[in-house]
Design a protein around this ligand. Structure first.
Ligand code: SF4
Length: 383
């Protein structure tokens, strides 16, 4: 039972306490400034602790963005480059292998791989990124490609999304990232990224991944031109796919990551980036709306360490990883460090009053000793 209850929140609080699902109107109402943020956070924390107790998860991971050259021009993107720009790059096999070696030497359990859609690189070049890493560093879980990339590979090869995913799995793909979702509603999507994979292709990619036994994450880019209605519509679409995947006995989404828009060096640089209270409100609402997704991530790279710590009491149960070589948000002005040590990330979690748990990509406990690391049992707390 919660301690506080303002009148405006009471009907929603009663639903959440009874385990009932919130609807679109409920979600939009929660974005009203008349709903007190601490009380909203308290409600989200109720769900967070039901599902994950006092645990806060992290992993030891490394990022790899094989190229920043991209045929698309999403207005919110500071990472992309044209083919002949001085900042454009495409990594060689040697550079990719060196990144893999660095990851393994740092104890990483996961490589997170996303990038641009290079005008001239063929599908085989992207496949080689995965197979090269998998063959040389088989202990690294390769969480790779957004549905935008999977859609691009399908167009390049003239094959289906299913074919691309199966072929990437043969190469060593371990799970799918949740990027490229932005905002699904066409009123927004058509203005910020009209050319790339639309929402139906995004969902086809994740639905097929789930069917093939791959786990995946999901995201939402907020704080640009979208309105509360678009955000809640976005969350409900994700919830519907998760319902369908779970009903079929597929694994579905593991984690939702609300991504705060960073305007610097983008085509939307006139927009002020979301405030801390907006970040916390969005985290809390996401936790309440996505009642069938087990984990919520406070991605410290985007939120900043301080806000991510507070978010652990506003619905989030995961803080992402140590992270190395993050480029996408640092190109857009993120002022967070480029990497956190394991000691630091555990301290960040403990300062927030939570119990740190190292997980692998599939949310199994990681056990470490002098001889290395191994995967333990699956983490399970609540429903
Ligand atoms: S967000 Fe992705 S697809 Fe869009 S321009 Fe940036 S790299 Fe390209």
């Amino acid at each position: 039972m919660l301690r506080t209850s303002s009148k405006i929140l009471r009907p929603i609080r009663e639903k959440v306490e009874a385990g009932e699902r919130l609807n679109l109107d409920d979600g939009v109402l929660l974005y009203s400034n008349d709903v007190p943020l601490p009380e909203l956070g308290e409600l989200a924390n109720l769900v967070r602790e039901r599902k994950n107790g006092n645990f806060a998860y992290y992993n030891i991971n490394t990022h790899l963005n094989p190229t920043n050259i991209c045929v698309y021009r999403c207005t919110f993107c500071a990472f992309r480059s044209d083919l002949r720009d001085a900042k454009g790059y495409a990594m060689s096999d040697e550079q990719i292998l060196a990144r893999g070696q660095e990851a393994v030497s740092a104890g990483s359990t996961e490589m997170h791989i996303v990038g641009g859609l290079h005008h001239q690189a063929k599908y085989e070049w992207y496949r080689n990124v995965v197979s090269l890493l998998h063959e040389n560093f088989p202990t690294l879980h390769l969480k790779a490609w957004t549905p935008v990339e999977i859609d691009w590979f399908a167009r390049q090869t003239g094959k289906s999304i299913r074919w691309v995913l199966e072929d990437m799995m043969d190469a060593g793909l371990g799970s799918c990232t949740g990027g490229g979702a932005e905002i699904f509603h066409p009123e927004v999507r058509d203005q910020i990224c009209e050319h790339k994979a639309d929402s139906s292709r995004w969902f086809e990619s994740h639905r097929t991944a789930h069917e093939l036994g791959l786990r995946s994450n999901c995201t939402m880019l907020y704080g640009h031109i979208e309105k509360p209605y678009h955000r809640i519509d976005h969350l409900i679409r994700l919830r519907e796919l998760q319902d369908a995947s779970l009903q079929k006995g597929w694994g579905g989404f593991q984690t939702f990551i609300p991504l705060a828009f960073h305007p610097e060096n983008t085509g939307l640089s006139h927009i002020t980036k979301p405030s801390g209270p907006m970040d916390l409100r969005t985290m809390a609402i996401s936790r309440l709306m996505l009642d069938n997704v087990p984990h919520m991530k406070a991605y410290w790279i985007m939120l900043g360490v301080g806000t991510a710590q507070i978010a652990l009491s506003y619905g989030a149960d995961d803080i992402d990883g140590t992270v190395r070589h993050e480029l996408i948000y640092h190109d857009a002005g993120a002022e967070t460090p480029e990497v956190l040590s394991v000691e630091k990330i555990r301290r960040v979690i403990e300062e927030a009053g939570r119990e740190p748990v190292e997980r692998d990509t599939l949310y199994r406990r990681v056990e470490r000793d002098e001889s290395g690391w191994r995967v333990g049992e699956a983490i399970a707390v609540g429903g």
